[in-house]
Ligand binder design. Sequence first.
Ligand SMILES: Cc1cc2nc3c(=O)[nH]c(=O)nc-3n(C[C@H](O)[C@H](O)[C@H](O)COP(=O)(O)OP(=O)(O)OC[C@H]3O[C@@H](n4cnc5c(N)ncnc54)[C@H](O)[C@@H]3O)c2cc1C
Length: 388
Amino acid sequence: MSSDAHDVVVAGGGPVGAALALALQPLKVALIEPRQPQLKAQDAWDVRVYAISPGNISFLEQLGVWQRIDAARVQPVEAMAIFGDRPGSRLRLRADEAGLPDLACIVEGLALQRGLDAAIAECPAITRFCPALVANVTLAGAAATVTLDDGTDVAAQLVIGSDGRDSAVRQAAGLELRDSDYGQLGVVAHFETTLPHRGTAFQWFREDGVLALLPLPGNRVSMVWSTSRDHAAELQALDGNALAAKVGSASAGALGALRVLTAAAAFPLRYGRVPQLVAPRLALAGDAAHSVHPLAGQGLNLGFRDVRELAAVLAARAPRQDCGDYTLLRRYERARREDIATTGLSADALQSLFAARSGITAAVRNFGLGALDGMPVLKSLLIRHAVA
Ligand SMILES: Cc1cc2nc3c(=O)[nH]c(=O)nc-3n(C[C@H](O)[C@H](O)[C@H](O)COP(=O)(O)OP(=O)(O)OC[C@H]3O[C@@H](n4cnc5c(N)ncnc54)[C@H](O)[C@@H]3O)c2cc1C
């Protein structure tokens, strides 16, 4: 079985693949995804949330996606308060110090996916193969061919793997993944608080990991506690009241008393580097191309920046140039190398610095936080990188 030829096959319709299919318009795109499109609005809060940078929000607006998300479910982040593991070690970053209205906006995963899927449903040049999985990729010859799990062949000039951390496309193409396991899980849950968060994202670097409480609309917060597997299992075994009390005390009562709103879920944390992002007729984007520690909330932001670059490179190709042309794809790879390396390394370095138990390291890191707090120029630079 084979389907009509497309310009591009996008394998994986998560946030990165779905944004990519839209950003590649007016190209003829085949989008392959095992999950049904998310088209219905839902009342319950999704426990997965993302901090999206202002640069990526503008990009999602250009795609006609951000406007589709219910503004009452989106929370702007105006400030960050970061605490070390010694009293007084604290860093505060404010958007207005860098002349910006917000540092980021917090949005639920399902709400974002719904905006993307609804925009795709209105786009005639995108054909969805769904539910379908990529089973194999053949790159030889004048076209790339993706074979689906039901045996259908989908041919195109270019295949883009946006099929997540365990990318089948990356594996089929034989592209190397350098992967380290942090031995940690990111435990997530939502809470109601008795004190207002005032648009502040809180983060505590603790001996038992990094605890973040991200603001949600109203008096709600979303927790990401990156911690050892054993501690994560302990947290997940607690009942709602005990979990709320534990998080309330770990956050030093900064938001008053907490009440749990969702069951806790946990996600394994890995640092994944892919030295080669492209091959003739093939490119990787999003978590298929890199995975980073979530402490800086940059994984999806990095993926959206891949999408912006890849779409720009393909749009700027010569009139008859093939989308799968290797020289074109190398341009994308070169343009993305520094951002991917810097973002992954800084998240890794921060997590290692705060995971270290030695007294000297603890003193240095806590001094560093306090010192940085008194350096407005450096703080502004830090913010400028995070909001891209
Ligand atoms: C606890 C936690 C908190 C995070 N918080 C943030 C944050 O605040 N901000 C941020 O920027 N990032 C954050 N991240 C990172 C973010 O979750 C990821 O970077 C993002 O989900 C990557 O999107 P993606 O579309 O590349 O991959 P995925 O979301 O993994 O999507 C991959 C898609 O491919 C599909 N697929 C899988 N296999 C196949 C196949 N064989 N064929 C076809 N399709 C396939 C899947 O169904 C899925 O839809 C966080 C991560 C964690 C773990």
